[in-house]
Ligand binder design. Structure first.
Ligand code: ADP
Length: 484
């Protein structure tokens, strides 16, 4: 089986969030299968090139029509990342920028990427069985294949976050030789197009990254207009829970940790308790926090409204009132939230109980996961969420809002603590419950920790589910709207 993933991110060379982790984890774990897997990515100016092996030019010039004329100069590169075959579309005009996203012309950049990826496959006479496309950035591949290209591949679209849909002016269609039609139009602004909706309409099957989120976003009464679209094609939509890369996120061998531990027990006391204690001491020293007998509560997140910054703040205040310490590692791309947290950081400067690190810091994130006691994920919505699974693997108990993939992975009093309504009262109560357990019920706390550490969140199960789906859709006939 030949599978080609088309996506905007892949860790560690081009990662903004969970999408990058998924591309890396899924492709790497697929190598154990009898399949040829390739990932196509843009050649961003910010690619971590030292992580790419055998990087070589594959096509000095890829030419095709774009915007009714010859496309800007484009090259194709190939290389290997952790054993994964990666093909890069290199067009200076669109991808030699200071980041992956966030540019005014993002829709045209990724429309170009979709067309270039298909041209590369076509001009090399490739005939993959599966085109696996990810999020709105790659969604145009589906209508382009069904209308303008001769591929017989089945198409799977995975939605990593329904919040980002690629809404843009319908002028884009003319530039890539697609006609305006209902399947492409935005459900709210019919003069605009919605790229994710186009991907949903023309794919053979749509998945998202957890069963819980699948249920939430395909509810006909859901607040997002695309929920109705997903509801209408429920028979070709499902959630497959993401995994985490358990060799990268492994407390037994993590190169970022000064000492290692696992869930093995020697005698009555699990040795990881002592190791985690030492790591906590090191983290406290590093961040200028007081050494004392108190729980260390942590959160690591992009500070967008999705991650519930006001709930994180409430949890911080309550933790301090209850005698705990708090560490926050986060970057805040959105102006107001960034300013708010920067002010707060200034106000708390010199505190021996709170530390804010308002940057992206991969190395520090490993130590925070390993050294903390309680890990917060109070998201307003969460397609899957990786941080709660990473925290559990490092023996750090998650406290989450029960939504999407968080509800599929964290169970109250079993492997973590959960709360329902996204209110200040609810998170405060949940913090109280968790800290009471830490202070007054040490044996129960240990049981919860161990339960989390024992769980298998590797990619093995997800890869099985994806391959079962690939086989199912390869067997089925006339699935997509485009082939009806
Ligand atoms: P999302 O994709 O919505 O950002 P996920 O939970 O799916 O959320 O994935 C977040 C990933 O990004 C995790 O691997 C987490 O450790 C990492 N991460 C987020 N913020 C930071 C940060 N400031 N520093 C280091 N890693 C971070």
């Amino acid at each position: 089986m030949e599978i080609v993933h088309i996506a905007a991110e892949m860790a560690p060379i081009a990662k903004v969030g969970g999408l990058g982790d998924v591309l890396h984890g899924l492709s790497r774990a697929s190598s154990g299968k009898d399949a040829k897997v390739e990932v196509i990515l843009p050649f961003y100016g910010t690619l971590e090139k030292n992580e790419i092996k055998d990087l070589k030019i594959f096509m000095k010039e890829l030419t095709f029509d774009f915007e009714k004329k010859k496309c800007p100069p484009t090259k194709v590169w190939k290389g290997k990342v952790d054993g994964i075959d990666v093909t890069f579309i290199d067009c200076e005009k669109y991808f030699a920028r200071s980041g992956v996203y966030g540019f005014e012309d993002d829709p045209i950049r990724f429309a170009f990427f979709c067309k270039a990826a298909l041209e590369y496959l076509l001009q090399n006479k490739r005939a993959p069985h599966i085109l696996h496309i990810h999020d709105w950035h790659a969604s145009l591949v589906a209508p382009l294949v069904r209308k303008n290209y001769p591929f017989t591949a089945k198409i799977i679209l995975t939605i990593h976050n329904l919040f980002y849909q690629g809404r843009t002016s319908s002028d884009l269609l003319d530039k890539i030789d697609l006609k305006r039609e209902e399947n492409l139009s935005d459900p709210q602004e019919s003069k605009d197009i919605n790229l994710l909706k186009a991907g949903i309409a023309y794919s053979d099957f749509v998945t998202t990254v957890s069963p819980g989120y699948a249920k939430e976003i395909s509810d006909a009464k859901g607040t997002d207009p695309l929920s109705k679209v997903l509801f209408d094609r429920k028979d070709r939509f499902m959630g497959i829970l993401n995994g985490i890369d358990d060799s990268y996120w492994n407390p037994k061998s993590d190169p970022y940790l000064p000492l290692h531990f696992s869930d093995e027990k020697i005698g009555d006391l699990p040795p990881f308790l002592q190791k985690k204690g030492e790591l906590k001491k090191m983290l406290r020293q590093m961040l200028g926090l007081e050494e004392e007998n108190s729980p260390l509560v942590a959160a690591i997140a992009r500070l967008t409204p999705q991650k519930g910054p006001h709930l994180i703040l409430q949890a911080l205040y309550r933790t301090l009132e209850r005698g705990g310490q708090f560490v926050f590692l986060g970057s805040a791309p959105e102006g107001d939230t960034h300013e708010f947290f920067s002010n707060l950081k200034r106000k708390m400067e010199g505190s021996k109980h709170v530390h804010f690190e308002l940057t992206y810091n991969e190395k520090l994130s490993h130590l925070v996961y390993a050294a903390s006691d309680l890990f917060l994920v109070p998201s307003l919505f969460e397609p899957c969420g990786l941080t709660q699974m990473i925290a559990m693997r490092y023996g750090t108990v998650p406290l989450v809002r029960s939504t999407g993939g968080l509800a599929d992975t964290v169970f109250d009093g079993v492997n973590g603590f959960t709360f329902g309504p996204p209110t200040l009262e609810a998170i405060q109560e949940c913090i109280d419950k968790a800290l009471h357990c830490w202070f007054d019920e040490p044996q129960r706390w240990r049981d919860i920790m161990e339960e989390g550490m024992r769980q298998d969140h590797s990619w093995t199960k997800a890869v099985e589910d994806y391959f079962t789906l690939y086989e199912k859709i390869l067997d089925a006939k006339h699935l997509s709207l485009g082939t009806r």
